[in-house]
Design a protein around this ligand. Structure first.
Ligand SMILES: [Zn+2]
Length: 92
């Protein structure tokens, strides 16, 4: 959502691709669907499975690169800032 705020008002997002280190959560996935962003490229979904099926069921193309660098980046982030991770990602 920060990313979309920073991108500003493009008018249409039909020709855009969003890149995310981690599989988007339901909140972010809902935003992606709402903005009609057609394609999401994801670094990894091991740390957090996110809402892939939700996006795909709304016609969003999701490509999961499953990159070890992204897993390491997320693990380092969780180690260094567990309070931020726990605040943002709610366990089901
Ligand atoms: Zn999110």
């Amino acid at each position: 959502m920060d990313c979309l705020n920073n991108a500003g008002r493009l008018g249409s997002y039909r020709n855009t691709v969003i890149y995310s280190t981690l599989m988007p959560c339901y909140m972010c996935a809902g935003t992606i669907v709402q903005f009609k962003i057609p394609k999401v490229i994801v670094g990894e979904s091991q740390t957090f499975p996110g809402a892939r099926e939700f996006m795909e069921s709304h016609g969003v193309e999701v490509i999961d690169l499953n990159l070890p660098e992204c897993v390491e980046m997320m693990q380092a982030f969780i180690r260094e800032k567990p309070e931020l991770w726990n605040e943002d990602i709610m366990e089901e």
